[in-house]
Design a protein around this ligand. Structure first.
Ligand SMILES: [Ca+2]
Length: 250
């Protein structure tokens, strides 16, 4: 075997690495989400109404639903998470990420009426509410971004959040009209890792949640990739040792 072969393998690994990492973006079935993720109270105020359940392959809620569902894995700083949500009521729904616990995380809360009170320009109840990106630290909420733009009932939205070097970006697209509504880059590194998830807040029967997709990020190389690099190095080392000219005797 030529000494070039291990080198070629190494180069192939380096060239292919981005594709190996991109392959980590994995759709998660709603049945796995229901089974493996943690069902808990609302990250907004700890209220709890109804349950998460599966209906026609999608995740919905029961009753005038209030609650959260957070991932069983912690993601790295360059993660991405997306999920589709059909709005079925006029209250609040959204995402969580960088989630340490109910008192420490980022979340997006989007409301028509009865939005989050005490943070941002709108104050809940009937009237203008809208879209808020909130940081919760030690149970204290602060607004990182706020807009009065409300969602439309019976519209389906793609909610996306992705880690960046400086913080994260949040994108919201109305899939019913193919319109990008929000594309917000936020500079904040309070929580650079943590779980991700979804939440409903008094949405009757819950929103209809589907198409979960989670890339856990690439900050830490996968053990399998480390093993490939290590074996490549080992092969090169062995090859070099074997190629050394045998010292002539006498
Ligand atoms: Ca309601």
């Amino acid at each position: 075997m030529s000494a070039l072969k291990p080198m070629k393998m190494m180069l192939a690994c380096i060239v292919l690495l981005p594709f190996c990492q991109a392959a980590l973006a994995t759709p998660i079935s709603t049945s796995d989400v229901i089974t493996d993720w943690t069902s808990d109270v609302s990250p907004i105020d700890g209220q709890d109404v109804g349950n998460w359940t599966i209906s026609s392959g999608n995740i919905v809620g029961t009753s005038n639903h209030v609650g959260s569902l957070t991932s069983d894995v912690s993601v790295n700083s360059d993660f991405s998470f997306s999920v589709n949500s059909l709005a079925r009521d006029n209250d609040t729904f959204g995402l969580v990420w960088g989630f340490q616990d109910l008192a420490n995380h980022y979340r997006l809360s989007w409301a028509q009426d009865y939005g989050e009170t005490g943070v941002g320009s709108s104050q809940g109840g009937h009237g203008v509410d809208g879209f808020k990106i909130i940081k919760e630290v030690g149970g204290i909420s602060s607004v990182l971004f706020s807009s009065n733009t409300e969602y439309g009932q019976n519209q389906t939205y793609d909610l996306r959040v992705a880690g960046t070097v400086a913080g994260f970006t949040v994108e919201v697209e109305n899939l019913s009209t193919s319109t990008l509504i929000f594309n917000e880059s936020i500079t904040d590194t309070t929580f650079v890792s943590g779980s991700v998830g979804i939440h409903d807040y008094f949405q009757q029967n819950g929103n209809v949640w589907s198409n979960f997709d989670l890339d856990t990020g690439t900050s830490v190389p996968e053990p399998s990739m480390v093993a490939i690099f290590a074996s490549g190095m080992l092969l090169i080392g062995m090859r070099r040792r074997m190629s050394k000219p045998v010292p002539s005797v006498g």
